[in-house]
Ligand binder design. Structure first.
Ligand SMILES: Nc1ncnc2c1ncn2[C@@H]1O[C@H](COP(=O)(O)OP(=O)(O)OP(=O)(O)O)[C@@H](O)[C@H]1O
Ligand SMILES: [Mg+2]
Length: 322
């Protein structure tokens, strides 16, 4: 498939053409660290929006302790969930449920099943590979709160990494902390078979270490001095790591600038470029839609928040930078 994307550079724009198969960015992860920032709400409505555009979508609740994506989609009873697949009790097809929206299916997480919240790395790998092979145009994985290895591993394995932030300083701090943990986890796993480089990475993130390398660039220089071949892999891993950010619950458009501030800090300390995709306003319709167990994209498709989400979806699908 040939896609076109419009890249804003300075005041002018450049129209670029690129050959991409639709499968290039099939699995999207929705994370962000802080609880309550709107990850699940966004996932449910993103799923509805994409399905309404004619795409085949599966939304996945990867929360293995406090699943609630099904509730936002109006589903009261879940027969089989992700835990049944992990335990080999069910095949993947048996845990995919239909929803009331044409083209949208759900894989539910679990609620309070002892032992389910901590799958082994091999189980996570199995799950992630399975998502990549699902029969769908898009698989959207809703991540739980926090920056546990479970959450980070799902985030890092996704083709498109999306964080949801709210304008409060605590939320921004959380998102920064989440991205920092995520990139270092990615680097640590990339060099899991290289003890020398892995040790440098572990050293860099150890807060007890007074002389720790504070930025990714400093770490990069240390790795360059230690092992030039690994440095090239390190550099490429960081360069290819391009998360996206969406601001949620904005009370005015000026609050969008907070995303730029985060971008500057992430660039300085983590050498990360964060792609800003847009915002969702704070809307009193949301609690109403949550209570009614109906996504706002279904309940009120013509409202400002629905059109904001549609703009975000277009950017995501067309891989357009703002
Ligand atoms: N744009 C918005 N406007 C108003 N309220 C919102 C908005 N987005 C989210 N909320 C409110 O925040 C609540 C929490 O949202 P949600 O469950 O999606 O957060 P979460 O990030 O998934 O939390 P957790 O990390 O605990 O899973 C929603 O039930 C809703 O009431
Ligand atoms: Mg959630």
């Amino acid at each position: 498939m040939v896609i076109y994307y419009f890249c804003l550079k300075g005041t002018g724009g450049i129209l670029l053409e690129q050959n991409l198969s639709k499968d290039t960015k099939k699995v999207w992860a929705i994370g962000g660290g802080k609880g309550g920032s709107g990850k699940t709400l966004f996932t449910a409505n993103l799923g509805v929006g994409l399905a309404r555009m004619g795409e085949e979508v599966i939304v996945v609740d990867s929360d293995l302790g406090g699943a609630n994506l099904h509730t936002l989609l109006g589903i009261k009873y879940v027969k089989h969930n992700l835990n049944d697949y992990l335990n080999n009790t069910c095949k993947i097809d048996e845990i995919i449920m239909p929803t009331s929206v044409k083209g949208l299916k759900l894989i539910s997480g679990t609620n309070g099943v002892l032992g389910a919240a901590n799958p082994y790395f091999s189980q996570k790998t199995k799950m992630i590979n399975c998502f990549k092979n699902l029969k769908a145009d898009y698989v959207i994985v809703d991540l739980g709160a926090g920056s546990s290895y479970n959450v980070l591993d799902f985030f890092n394995a996704a083709d498109e990494k999306i964080v949801i932030a709210c304008p409060e300083p605590t939320s921004i701090q959380n998102v920064y902390g989440f991205l920092k943990s995520a990139i270092y986890r990615k680097l640590s796993r990339t060099f899991s078979h290289n003890p020398q480089v892995k040790e440098l990475i572990t050293y860099a993130v150890n807060p007890k270490n007074g002389k720790r390398t504070e930025t990714i660039n400093e770490l990069s220089r240390c790795i360059y001095d230690a092992d030039k071949a690994s440095h090239e892999i390190f550099r490429k891993t960081v360069n290819d790591y391009r998360p996206c950010i969406i601001m949620n619950m904005l009370k005015n458009k000026g609050e969008q600038n907070i995303a730029q501030g985060l971008n500057l800090v992430a660039k300085k300390f983590l050498n990360l470029e964060i792609n800003y995709l847009g915002f969702l306003q704070s809307d009193s319709l949301i609690p109403e839609s949550v209570k009614a167990m109906t996504p706002f994209m279904e309940m009120r498709p013509g409202t400002p928040i629905s059109s904001s989400l549609n703009k975000i979806i277009k950017r995501l699908v067309r891989d357009v930078e703002l």
